[in-house]
Design a binder for this molecule. Structure first.
Ligand SMILES: [Ca+2]
Length: 420
């Protein structure tokens, strides 16, 4: 009796004891029948739901002719992306060409759904969230989007996990073909354990901002898999985005093509610099154009304990960065330089620490495979760069293909490297 009373009090305080499942079929939705508009039923169920209720999308494909509008504290739950689908019977890039829309909403879970347009042109975005907070999207799959699979705009704690992205329908510039984007002052949020299948994806995850709400920050991208995206798999897009963590991701390019972009981009030529405090660590990157590229004077990036293999040009390319730290990375089999510091005052290339506080050294071996007459190799620091440290690195076996292990033309400190 005492415990029952406790349970009752507990659920009364949380509101959970009154939670109800609302099945969209009870509101008129018809699975696998595209002659009606199931959005009417889904929106009716959402409107009928109270705080803490769950709107159930059962097995089957539900066809919609208008978008679904989220409500705070009401979840959408499917039976898994292989079973429960919502298919838009429209396409296009206008503001209302969305499948699920959230504006000024909070505390919503969306799970277990396959979202797509039935039209080959795709929709603007499959899920679009603006001025909202605490939105988690999980165990879902995303198909046929022109601009964005999931769009987070000025949103705090927008989360994506265990989901799959493919079949973007537009890979041109101007913000097309992104799996997940955080823009306009997003704060916090995570992308975990999700798959981004190219080649019909331009960028897997983009973190950016705008002048009105500022850069997005504090976002974690962890443990995801990116296959053959046409440009940077993960892109800090050059709007001052800061304090983001990109870690434990696997990125694979197409070895036949080498990719147009790089694995991970910090700053963007079409835009400006990223902000400070971005950490790129423990990622594995194979067969991309570059492994990691720093552009537009982006300051203070930490690049540590990554593994970069078989890139078509440079493993880590400091095209234009300030105070980048490169510690404990393994870079092997790149065609040009393992690390190329073109424009990067105060770049630090030296040992770091792993999570067990053990030393990790940069192992930059077997690069410079290109048959260029100028030669490539391990590390090159161009003339004009000052305050550069190259310490305690393993630079052996980059001179096997006509190049050198180290070409240091800048000013700074160079010592205690193997095979320098
Ligand atoms: Ca139907």
């Amino acid at each position: 009796m005492k415990s029952a009373l406790g349970a009752l009090l507990g659920c009364a305080l949380s509101g959970a004891c009154f939670a109800t499942n609302l099945n969209i079929v009870d509101y008129g939705a018809t699975p696998d029948n595209y002659n009606d508009d199931d959005a009417i039923a889904i929106n009716a169920a959402i409107n009928a739901a109270r705080d803490g209720d769950v709107v159930i999308i059962p097995e089957g494909t539900f066809h919609i002719r208008e978008m679904i509008n989220l409500k705070s504290n009401v979840d959408l739950k499917g039976d898994g992306y292989a079973k429960s689908g919502i298919a838009a019977l429209y396409e296009g890039e206008d503001a209302d060409d969305l499948v699920i829309k959230g504006r000024n909403v909070t505390n919503i879970n969306i799970s277990g759904l396959r979202l797509k347009s039935n039209y080959s042109g795709g929709v603007r975005a499959l899920i679009s969230i603006t001025h909202s907070s605490k939105i988690t999207i999980s165990d879902s799959s995303f198909h046929r989007f022109k601009k964005h699979g999931i769009y987070f705009n000025h949103t705090r704690d927008g989360n994506v996990k265990n989901s799959k992205f493919q079949d973007a329908t537009d890979l041109s510039g101007g913000g097309h073909g992104y799996g997940v984007v955080y823009t306009n002052g997003c704060e916090g949020g995570r992308v975990d354990n999700s798959y981004f299948y190219g080649p019909n994806i331009r960028h897997g995850v983009v973190i950016q901002g705008d002048p009105q709400y500022g850069p997005s920050h504090g976002i974690v991208v962890k443990g995801n898999y990116f296959k053959e995206t046409t440009q940077d798999a993960i892109d800090l897009h050059g709007s001052g985005e800061y304090n983001n963590q990109i870690m434990y991701n696997t990125i694979e390019g197409d070895p036949a093509k080498g990719g147009k972009g790089q694995g991970i981009g910090i700053g963007e030529n079409a835009h400006k610099a990223s902000g400070s405090g971005n950490v790129i660590r423990n990622n594995v990157i194979r067969n991309t154009l570059y492994g990691i590229r720093v552009m537009q004077g982006s300051p203070g990036a930490m690049i540590k304990n990554n593994e970069i293999y078989n890139c078509k040009e440079h493993g880590i390319y400091i095209e234009n960065g300030i105070g980048t730290e490169i510690r404990g990375n393994i870079i092997e089999g790149c065609q040009h330089w393992g690390v190329f510091v073109k424009d990067g005052n105060n770049t630090i290339i030296r040992k770091g620490k792993d999570e067990n506080n053990e030393d990790t050294i940069n192992q930059i071996n077997g690069n410079g495979l290109s048959n260029s007459t100028t030669g490539f190799g391990g590390i090159r620091v161009k003339a004009g760069n000052t305050g550069v440290y190259v310490l305690d690195n393993d630079l052996c076996e980059n001179d096997n293909y006509g190049g050198v292990n180290l070409s240091f033309e800048g000013q700074g400190t160079v010592k205690n490297n193997l095979c320098q």
